[in-house]
Design a protein around this ligand. Structure first.
Ligand SMILES: Cc1ncc(COP(=O)(O)O)c(C=O)c1O
Length: 751
């Protein structure tokens, strides 16, 4: 390539000084001539397309001349009166140098943001009137209308959390935003109002450079791009968003349909930048320019996922003077219809129930624009709306959804993957659609295998809503509306160590003696069923060795040992994939449910070959939906995600941290009487004056909800706070939980 002196001769200039900088595929030089004038020299790789685009770009810049009250990089003719020069396989272009301080080099303030909105609007008005020429047909991956062209670059993103958030936004964009975006007003836009393209004199814009990303696209994309930069540096996202939007809208009015898409378009720019910088880091590790905006964008990505899209929409509407849609009638209608079609047997959480709108990972969003941190729902194991699950469902449901009376690989593949998580002895599986159906089937299996009907159960246990489910659940048949236990059901005390005059070994001894007594009464068991940590009992872990001591006695008496892993399974306990491993036993039958399908109705019973063969007595086992290909694909994906995102280890670390942080709070608030559980399956027993504090626990739960944290209560006295969040719940979430819990406890203490 010719040196700079030769190039500058084309413009009758002699070089005094130069500084160079890398763009994406362009060389940029700041040139100072011997006469002391500054210029920008850009050198592009030659291609017909580049040439045509740059010609169009030059025409647009010239058309903007004297239309704006800030400076632009107008093109300068060479000595042959041409704006572009082809030289040595490159395109040479000299531009007027725009002086000033970069927005990126100063702290923004409200005046500057107002000017940003105003001047963006001013240039957009001008651009809307200029013939876009060849730019109209430009196909740039930086054009938000072409966002999906960046999906392939996701492979370069190494951080697993960033990766799933980015995938989530691609998925949301494709499903909800793109179809609407295509219908919005289009025009020529600058498309790159960023801190290194905007020049300022502190309070207002003094210049704008780099028109190389101009596209003919949705007008709102101009704002989305710029706002993504504003918000990535912002200390008050809503305020800054409003400032920019308000000033833009005052000059160049926006439509509500444009504002409706803003949240996902801003997300779109964040992820475009992140996947491109991830690719850049791999392909071009020394180019700092590529990585320059990565850190603030990564932070914004995490903030954005926890931001309710409605909050952004409402702020945008208010900034532009549109009234925020009033949802009170809709809420009333939902409440009334619920009362009409259901009874209060279908209960609601909290004194003032939440109207939910959508969710992402450990965050849930309501219809008023609030975000709740979900510390309670264990069903979305890998996070609400995990995009890999969404993709798996939508692909499989468009391909084949049938039942187990046919061969299809999704069933056998999933069964193999699931059974790999079990000891060899547990080799047969039945797929059903709910934990209740699984419990029901587990009891039928045990009854058929043993030809008996007695079932030994733990007090306060819950296993399901079918008749058998209620029969084996003291939590139901012994509580309000319950009719007590049927004769063939035998209760064992919940072996709770906390607040128990008996030691663990005495509790275990008492249980073994109870088995002996029942056997003496000829009440030989078909099965003994227990959860490794009793959920409805109030997050009560069985004492170490409890099952190891009882199982041999049950088996010796000819009974089956059933473990209900509906709440505890799939890695939630951190140290163990299944709760029975914590007890050092291998059950004969295991019940699975809730988290298995991440919210899709998927449950199963896993058992030994002997039990399965006893059940194979001529009566067909069939479940219309159990084991259908869609469910299997989802279950398979859940297992893969748990493994690939290392969620079991994560649950262990975050759970341990949570216990430590709760113990710190306990010093100031001794009402947090017992902190227990494993991994991300924790409970805090609330006691006052040595008694279970039911009302206080309920107040804490409701006040935590007012602090936008979802937690629940359970246990015999409903005085245990239950924490069992999606496994992506992080240490930062724990900090937020404990900070709010401290605040709530402080408030309640002073009332
Ligand atoms: C331990 C346990 N087993 C079984 C069930 C029943 O599961 P499902 O609600 O899916 O029928 C539950 C539900 O809460 C449960 O907690």
């Amino acid at each position: 390539m010719s040196n700079l002196d030769t190039i500058l001769e084309l413009y009758n200039l002699s070089l005094a000084d130069s500084k160079s900088q890398d763009g994406y595929d362009t060389k940029i030089h700041k040139i100072t001539s011997q006469k002391g004038n500054n210029y920008t020299l850009k050198i592009y790789p030659f291609s017909e397309d580049n040439w045509t685009d740059l010609e169009a770009e030059n025409q647009i810049l010239l058309a903007l001349k004297s239309k704006l009250n800030y400076d632009l990089p107008f093109p300068i003719e060479n000595r042959e009166n041409q704006l572009l020069t082809k030289l040595d396989g490159k395109i040479i272009r000299l531009l007027h140098y725009v002086e000033g301080t970069f927005w990126g080099d100063q702290k923004t303030n409200e005046l500057f943001l107002t000017s940003l909105g105003t001047e963006m609007a001013n240039i957009d008005i001008q651009l809307s009137q200029i013939n876009p020429g060849a730019i109209k047909y430009r196909n740039l991956q930086w054009d938000l209308n072409h966002l999906l062209e960046n999906v392939d670059l996701l492979k370069y993103v190494l951080d697993p959390v960033d990766k799933k958030f980015i995938l989530y936004f691609f998925d949301q964009f494709e499903t909800f935003t793109l179809p609407k975006l295509k219908k919005l007003p289009r025009q020529l836009i600058h498309n790159d109002f960023n801190p290194w393209n905007v020049l300022t004199d502190e309070s207002k814009i003094s210049g704008l450079i780099d028109f190389g990303d101009m596209v003919y696209s949705a007008r709102i994309n101009e704002l989305a791009v710029c706002l993504s930069y504003v918000l990535s540096e912002s200390e008050d996202i809503t305020k800054d968003l409003r400032t920019v939007l308000h000033s833009y809208h005052t000059i160049y009015p926006l439509l509500t349909e444009e504002l409706d898409l803003l949240y996902h378009l801003i997300a779109g720019r964040i992820i475009t930048s992140l996947v491109n910088s991830a690719e850049g880091k791999v392909k071009n590790p020394d180019n700092e320019y590529i990585q320059i905006s990565e850190k603030p964008y990564r932070q914004l990505l995490h903030t954005w996922i926890s931001t309710n899209p409605l909050a952004i929409k409402h702020a945008a509407y208010e900034a532009c003077g549109f009234s925020v849609p009033d949802n009170s009638d809709k809420k009333k209608e939902i409440t009334n219809l619920r009362e009409k079609h259901f009874t209060t047997a279908l209960s609601l959480s909290y004194n003032s129930p939440i109207h939910m709108s959508n969710a992402a990972f450990q965050y849930m969003h309501d219809t008023d624009g609030n975000t709740y941190l979900d510390a309670y729902n264990n069903i979305p194991l890998v996070g609400h709306n995990h995009p890999r699950i969404s993709k798996a469902v939508s692909t499989q449901i468009r391909t084949l959804n049938t039942n187990t009376r046919y061969h299809y690989e999704q069933l056998t593949q999933y069964a193999s993957r699931l059974l790999k998580h079990f000891p060899d002895k547990l080799s047969k599986v039945y797929f059903v659609n709910s934990g209740s159906a699984a419990s029901d089937l587990a009891i039928r299996l045990a009854k058929t295998h043993t030809n008996r009907k007695n079932i030994f159960v733990l007090e306060d246990g819950y296993h399901g809503n079918t008749q058998i489910g209620i029969d084996i659940s003291p939590y139901k048949h012994n509580k309000k509306g319950g009719k007590g236990k049927p004769d063939h059901i035998h209760h064992f005390p919940l072996p709770k160590i906390f607040n128990n005059p008996l030691h663990a070994d005495q509790i275990i001894l008492a249980a073994t003696l109870q088995i002996d007594e029942l056997l003496q009464q000829q009440k030989h068991p078909a099965a003994f069923i227990a959860e490794p940590i009793s959920g409805c009992g109030g997050q009560v872990p069985l004492p170490p060795n409890y099952l190891a001591s009882l199982f041999p006695k049950i088996r010796a008496a000819g009974g089956c040992c059933i473990v209900d892993e509906v709440q505890t399974g799939f890695g939630r306990l951190g140290n163990w994939f299944w709760g029975f491993e914590m007890q050092g036993v291998i059950p004969d039958i295991v019940i699975l449910g809730k988290p298995m399908g991440n919210g899709h109705p998927l449950a199963a019973v896993v058992c030994t070959e002997e039990i399965a063969y006893s059940f194979n007595n001529g009566m067909e086992f069939f479940s219309s939906f159990g084991g259908n290909p869609v469910s299997c694909i989802i279950g398979n994906e859940v297992l893969k995600i748990v493994e690939e995102e290392n969620l079991q280890k994560h649950a262990k670390e975050v759970g341990a941290y949570w216990k430590v942080e709760l113990t710190k709070l306990q010093k100031d608030y001794p009402i947090l009487a017992d902190i227990r559980g494993e991994g991300l399956f924790l409970g805090v027993e609330i006691m006052e004056d040595g008694k279970p504090a039911t009302k206080l626990a309920s107040d804490i739960k409701n006040k935590m909800k007012e602090q936008f944290i979802l937690v629940s209560t359970d246990g015999k006295y409903d005085n245990v706070l239950k924490m069992k969040p999606p496994l992506c719940f992080g240490k930062g979430d724990v900090d937020r939980f404990c900070e709010r819990l401290g605040m709530v406890l402080g408030l309640l203490a002073t009332n």
